[in-house]
Design a protein around this ligand. Structure first.
Ligand SMILES: *Cc1c(COP(=O)(O)O)cnc(C)c1O
Length: 445
């Protein structure tokens, strides 16, 4: 964008000044509306999510066979839900405000196969592509036992096809592992912030890793270009893929069943607040879509981003979506929260979801590290920095009485609220890396 355009934009949108100065901000979305009014803009329906659920059910026997760690859950890739009362108490002290309601953690950090939220969307999209190829080739029918895909002839068939993806790390890890296991020839284009151990793990799994000195946007562009030259190569488009989005959305109905088992109610008297770390937007956007379908207007979705990479807040708040990048404001997109190091948000997700998201906020890297250390000490749960972004959310929300009042969220209702922090990654971080994170956490207290 041009300098004068930026100046005019900042004049009309005062929050941009604070964002450019890297100050943590909280923004309540004035365009947030009801599910009924917002749904038509998504362009996807409950039936699309049900279709994704059925596809994952067809693949369950394959996943059980190919990934023994999924066997206990019969080939379903799902994560535990846990209450974190000691963390809640510690954060009441840290933020000087006693939170009403109960704090829970959704441990996508401990999803099987790749240990991050990307084990939902990323794996789903590869499975959908593999199914399509095998069906078209007459090697599979919808009623077959998909465990047959875990066989030498099918692996040989898939090895004639290629898959490419650009990633800050976790998406590449998910897509690389599942693609290689199916037999595909897979290349992962990794941005500069991607961790070395993630690249090594991919190479160990037989994945081609292409490294870039630039950020996520460049890695994606190069991956896209490589795929465009090769009709046998399928490019997984993290910025625009509806398939990826639907893979994430399946989480909504599954969470509802987990809540039912735990006896957690969600209705007008028992509101649900979900805090989701946001990078390009597909993961949190897709999960939020699924949550809205499952819980309607009783769930409020809040996105969290680093002060150095607030791309979705910038896109939605300015209304420019993917027409603006954080770099246009002079923000550097450098953050230790590598899963969130994205300068330009998905235009698809921003436009689809902007009416269904209640609030956005930013926090700095030091805060994420402090929360990382606190969660380790209080609950013995270890996450990667990105996954802590949602943890500050309940206290940001609770501090804004006007917003709660306008929505009829009285003290009595809030006392019965469920606050769910979506822990998006960290389950596969090697010991030595985790030791470095914990050292940074001690320094950040
Ligand atoms: C990718 C990722 C996110 C955010 O997902 P997007 O689809 O990029 O918005 C959050 N946390 C972690 C750990 C991630 O890897």
């Amino acid at each position: 964008m041009q300098e004068t355009e930026i100046q005019q934009l900042v004049a009309r949108h005062p929050l941009l000044q604070q964002m450019a100065a890297l100050q943590p901000v909280t923004w309540f979305n004035p365009r947030a509306t009801t599910l009924q009014a917002g749904l038509p803009y998504v362009g996807l329906s409950a039936e699309d999510v049900a279709d994704a659920e059925r596809r994952l059910a067809r693949f369950a026997p394959y996943l059980s066979a190919a990934f023994p760690e999924t066997r206990a859950a019969n080939g379903m890739i799902e994560s535990p839900l846990v209450a974190i009362p000691a963390m809640q108490q510690a954060l009441d002290l840290r933020y000087g405000l006693a939170l009403r309601g109960r704090l829970w953690l959704k441990k996508d950090s401990h999803l099987p196969i790749s240990g991050s939220i990307k084990a939902r969307g990323g794996i789903y999209e590869v499975l959908a592509h593999a199914e399509k190829l095998a069906l078209e080739a007459g090697l599979l029918t919808l009623t077959d036992d998909y465990a047959t895909l875990f066989s030498a002839p099918l692996r040989e068939f898939f090895s004639r096809y290629r898959i490419a993806v650009g990633s800050t790390g976790n998406l590449g890890l998910s897509i690389g592992i599942i693609s290689a296991r199916l037999g595909f020839d897979v290349s992962v284009h990794m941005s500069a912030d991607a961790r070395e151990w993630k690249k090594q793990q991919l190479r160990d799994n037989g994945v081609t890793v292409v490294e870039y000195a630039e950020d996520y946007g460049v890695a994606v562009e190069q991956g896209r270009r490589q795929a465009a030259d090769d009709p046998r190569c399928f490019f997984i488009d993290d910025e625009n893929s509806r398939t990826l989005f639907l893979g994430y959305a399946v989480a909504g109905g599954r969470l509802k069943r987990q809540f039912d088992l735990q006896g957690i109610r969600v209705d007008a008297q028992h509101p649900l607040f979900v805090y989701l770390p946001c990078g390009v937007g597909g993961g949190p956007g897709g999960v939020a879509f699924g949550l809205k379908l499952a819980f309607g207007d009783h769930v409020h979705c809040i996105f969290a981003e680093p002060t150095h990479s607030p791309c979705m807040l910038l896109g939605v708040y300015s209304g420019l979506h993917d027409g603006i990048a954080v770099q246009d404001l002079g923000i550097d997109n450098h953050t230790a929260a590598d899963g969130l190091a994205v300068g330009r948000a998905s235009g698809f997700v921003g436009r689809a979801m902007e009416r269904l998201l209640s609030a956005f906020y930013t926090l700095d890297d030091g805060e994420m590290f402090a929360l990382l250390g606190l969660l380790d000490r209080q609950e013995g749960i270890r996450l990667e920095p990105s996954a802590l972004a949602g943890m500050a959310g309940p206290w940001r929300l609770a501090a804004d009485h006007a917003w709660l009042r306008e929505r009829g969220l009285s003290a009595e209702r809030m006392a019965q609220a469920t606050h769910l922090v979506w822990a998006t990654g960290g389950g596969m971080v090697p010991e030595a890396e985790m030791a470095k994170y914990l050292a940074a956490a001690r320094a950040a207290q």
